[in-house]
Ligand binder design. Structure first.
Ligand code: IVH
Length: 677
């Protein structure tokens, strides 16, 4: 090699190393250290030099991660060491049996286990020769897989060459290729916009992407790799004592490994880990279908050996399946508390996520057409954790000829009011407001729900009857209920009627946060309600807050603020609140906030006179608020009067105020004054 070529080679090596390091920081550590523009500049520089010196291009160059010419078929690869499967357990008792067997074989009283998530992706094997990625294969039947090297080369988190000094001649890394949940959602959205294939779940998306004959397509898919082991290797570079040391070693070679991997002791440690990861499952960035337990000591692993096609030293402890297949019998439209019309699938009962599911949400009309769901279809249903079950996708191959497309109704199925879909919104809403019995029922159910006023026993069936028989129209009516009205309802024994009355009575003592949440203000959930309660200290402060005041509250933006203003601007809502308070619904207001602001309030000690009709409040309401803040309301104007509040058609008090030069306020100005501390 002449001098220049040698220089070029050195420059190429350096650039490739740099870019791979940035790839590692970006794709594995999720912590980029340089701006994208700088990365792009280096990458273009590398491309440029390679174009000029095509002879120096190698397969390990980061420029080769974009994919190669499409294949006609995948070649077969015989695995050097078979890719085994794991024995499964679902119950704690099976885990206990596993640990007992392990202890018996090893003749020890306690065992240390390496524990890790069980990734729900596709098993692959990566072969490195002298630190260079040579071949990558699928698991296949465990003995023979498919050569997907070109596709795996496009997965940015798979190192193309290992930079460490401590690299054996031959290293076979085993792990899983998957798609992160966020990436999956983004990919599907993008595909939907382009009218391309929608994937049912991240696993299918990963599988579809990895088994592409055209690696250039794979290169556009956001795939990740996670290493969970190696083929046993006696090279001195490779740790020989424990599985956890191997995982650390792989991480040091820049392979991604699960952050959740750790080491525990005994069966109790295994079960505690299962519970811990189970609780985190929905928050993890990837789908997992269980956890894997592995005896940590490699010597003990060898001693335990294998049975059939699975190691005796490892066990997969699976979570209940979150997806199942069933038939969609019909689609109903449900009316929510805020009038949102939600299409709901009625299903042939199916056991999923640990419970039997008969209904699943279809979200909205767009989602139904995106997934092309029809009545009569065989569908995949998903129930993850506490999340409402949903229809994920259709098994098109099983679509019957008479499958019926669904049409979103133009009118509310509960009250017949027009259903409208605002521009830019995905949902249609009933315009019937609180005249719509369905919205009324939902509002009452929400008011009585556990996290709101917590009225035990006031369930769907009872609310249906109360609303349908016009006994209860809004939450305030609940506090007027008597034993007779209740006991006359169908299937209502006197005992349960008195239990409900007792529960209603008990609910009167509540907290401000619960009360605000119970009102069911659009966009005000439990957390916002708590923030509002804490910030304003009293309901009156909240009720007369303007946008500026509201957006000072953490997490309250203009949209939420507007929802709050709209809610309190509604006369009907203020009346319900007033009636609730009159019936004895009460809470401890934040004395501190109230008394401090009382003393320093602009209204404190001032004398008011009201005349004329105010646009948004009755005179009684105005009087009450003024008095709440320490003001006094009198009937006639004198020199001592500080303010005269003037509405439409004012009387002679208006003239008197002008002649005496008393400050005049309209409703707007009064509100501003009420907010002045
Ligand atoms: S160890 C000799 N660890 O589960 C055992 N497998 O039934 C080799 N899997 O398809 C497997 N996460 O790809 C192991 N942390 C993990 C795993 C894991 C997922 C998959 C594996 C294989 C299946 C084994």
């Amino acid at each position: 090699m002449n001098q220049t070529l040698e220089n070029v080679q050195r420059q190429l090596d350096l650039l490739r190393q740099q870019i791979e390091l940035y790839n590692y920081q970006y794709y594995v550590l999720d912590a980029p250290t340089i701006p994208d523009a700088e990365y792009d500049r280096l990458f273009r520089k590398l491309q440029h030099i390679e174009q000029e010196y095509p002879a120096l291009v190698t397969l390990e160059s980061p420029t080769q991660r974009v994919g190669a010419a499409p294949l006609k078929a995948f070649l077969q690869v015989i695995h050097d060491a078979p890719m085994l499967s794991l024995a499964n357990a679902f119950e704690a008792i099976e885990v206990e049996a596993f640990d007992r067997r392990v202890r018996e074989v090893l003749k020890v009283s306690a065992v240390e286990y390496a524990v890790e998530p069980k990734f729900d992706g596709l098993a692959v094997s990566l072969r490195y020769e002298n630190g260079v990625f040579k071949t990558g294969a699928t698991r296949g039947d465990g003995y023979t897989g498919e050569d997907i090297t070109l596709n795996l080369r496009t997965v940015k988190s798979i190192p193309l060459s290992l930079s460490s000094e401590r690299v054996p001649k031959l290293l076979e890394v085993r792990g899983e290729v998957l798609m992160l949940k966020d990436d999956f959602v983004r990919l599907n959205k993008w595909h939907f916009e382009k009218g391309e294939k929608i994937f049912a779940n991240p696993r299918n998306a990963a599988a579809g992407s990895l088994r592409q004959l055209d690696s250039a397509v794979t290169a556009t898919r956001p795939l990740k790799f996670f290493a969970y082991g190696i083929v046993p290797n006696d090279d001195s570079c490779v740790p020989q004592d424990t599985h956890s040391a191997i995982i650390q070693y792989l991480s040091s070679l820049h392979f991604p490994v699960a952050q959740e991997s750790t080491v525990v002791n005994g069966c109790a440690g295994l079960l505690a880990y299962y519970r811990k990861i189970g609780a985190q499952r929905d928050q993890l960035p990837y789908d997992i279908d269980g956890v894997v337990y592995k005896v940590n000591s490699l010597a003990q692993q060898a001693e335990l050996g294998y049975v059939a096609r699975a190691p005796r030293f490892a066990l997969a402890h699976k979570f209940p399946a979150q997806e199942a297949v069933t038939r969609l019998l019909d689609i109903h439209v449900q009316v929510g508390r805020t009038g949102a019309l939600t299409p709901v699938a009625r299903l042939e009962p199916v056991f999923v996520g640990g419970v039997t599911v008969t209904n699943a949400t279809l979200h909205n009309a767009d989602e139904i057409s995106r997934k092309d769901v029809r009545i009569g279809d065989t569908v995949i249903v998903r129930r993850a954790g506490d999340v409402i079950p949903e229809v994920v996708s259709v098994v098109l191959a099983q679509r019957p000829e008479n499958a019926q497309p669904f049409i979103m109704p133009q009118h509310c199925p509960a009250c017949g009011a027009k259903a409208v879909r605002a521009v830019g919104e995905a949902v249609s809403r009933c315009t019937g407001g609180l005249f719509c019995p369905a919205q009324r029922k939902q509002a009452i159910l929400h008011f009585a729900s556990r996290r709101a006023l917590d009225i035990e026993g006031l369930g769907e069936k009872l609310v249906d009857q109360l609303v349908d028989n016009v006994i209860v129209r809004n939450p305030a009516d609940l506090y007027q209920l008597g034993i007779l009205a209740l006991a006359n309802l169908e299937r209502m024994a006197e005992k349960s009627a008195s239990n409900i009355l007792a529960a209603i009575e008990k609910s009167k003592q509540t907290t401000l946060a619960r009360f605000i949440y119970a009102l069911g203000i659009r966009n005000v959930g439990e957390v916002t309600a708590k923030d509002l309660a804490l910030h304003f200290g009293s309901l009156d402060h909240l009720m007369c807050a303007d946008v500026e005041k509201l957006i000072q509250v953490a997490d309250v933006g203009p949209v939420v603020a507007q929802s709050i203003l709209d809610f309190f601007a509604e006369k009907h809502n203020r009346e319900v609140i007033e009636r609730l308070r009159a019936s004895g619904v009460s809470w401890e207001e934040n004395e501190m906030t109230t008394s401090i602001s009382m003393k320093s309030h602009a209204i404190n000690g001032k004398t008011f006179v009201l005349t004329g009709t105010l646009p948004n409040m009755t005179r009684e309401e105005a009087k009450e608020i003024i008095e709440k803040f320490g003001g006094k309301v009198t009937g006639s104007v004198s020199k001592k009067t500080d303010y005269v509040v003037v509405g439409e058609d004012p009387g002679s008090k208006y003239d008197k105020a002008i002649s005496l030069g008393v400050t005049l306020l309209d409703e707007e100005k009064l509100k501003t004054l009420l907010q002045t501390v």
